[in-house]
Ligand binder design. Sequence first.
Ligand code: DP6
Length: 333
Amino acid sequence: MKATAKAHTNIALIKYWGKRDEKLFLPMNNSLSITLDQFYTTTSVEFCTCLKKDIFLLNGNIMSEEETNKMSRFLDLIREMSGSALYGVVDSINKVPTAAGFASSASGFAALAAASTKALGMEISDDILSQIARQGSGSACRSIHGGYVEWEKGEQLDGSDSFGKQILTENEWDLSILSVLVEPNEKKVLSREGMKRTVDTSPFYTGWLETVDDDLKVAKQAIHDRDFEILGNVLESNALKMHATTLGANPPFMYWTSATVAVMQKVQELRDDGILAYYTIDAGPNVKVLCQPKDEDTVREKLTTLSVVKEIYLCHPGPGISYLPNTNTKSCC
Ligand code: DP6
């Protein structure tokens, strides 16, 4: 009744921005990501008859009732699917700078989905696992796979055709992704709230929907052709379009700080000097800069010259879900 799984975070090149069904986490558009090798969550889940409720530990700390309830609602889904009524102890270690736009919810829910279904002995395909992870946090459905992953939005009302599919493994095209930390504090408008407000109120959201499929097509072709310049241009403009929708929301909001813009400008300068580097930004102020491995030292050096840069984490495409031996073999009772 116990299992341990490891899942890596992912960074979207074509963003998931907006839901058509909030309960089932069904997106308005397809998205495309790279799974990252350096940021991951390892989660052990043990279900046991001795428990009267779920318990949630994150990095060794017992989580608040609110956080535990969120996790419990996700376990309810798995209990319903498996027919089990048992409560569980969830022990998670996050190797991700939490809530600074580095997408810890993606690796968190992917690892939780994998460990809890395995602990209950459920034999399920990766497609189903991805659909389950999606219902914890949309972007988690892409973290089931390694490398380059497309989340197909699907058409079915029940979400049965909305899950992540690998389009290239992590070994088929190496790129460098520099995660540039400028602001370690929690973000103010969470992605869930931000995308809802944008869908509901921003007049620019229709412009997003009108062009995102074309961006995706260009990005997929560039990945197929290993054409970094074309991929870089489209991923950067797609991120800018996503952020532009937030300015039209009511009330308006913005994820960038002056430090975010300084990094963006530095990347532009690198390109002016002939180095192919491109940025993307999620629902927070930190920036991910993509370049080719041959340029990663130069890009890192240039970005380090900015006083606003607190830390740079270098990543490459990483693997999908893996299952680990249970470290603590002692049962919870
Ligand atoms: C900007 O997956 O965190 O990072 O489904 O509501 O949990 P929920 O949202 P989440 O949103 C991610 C938004 C994004 C873009 C992306 O990762 O595609």
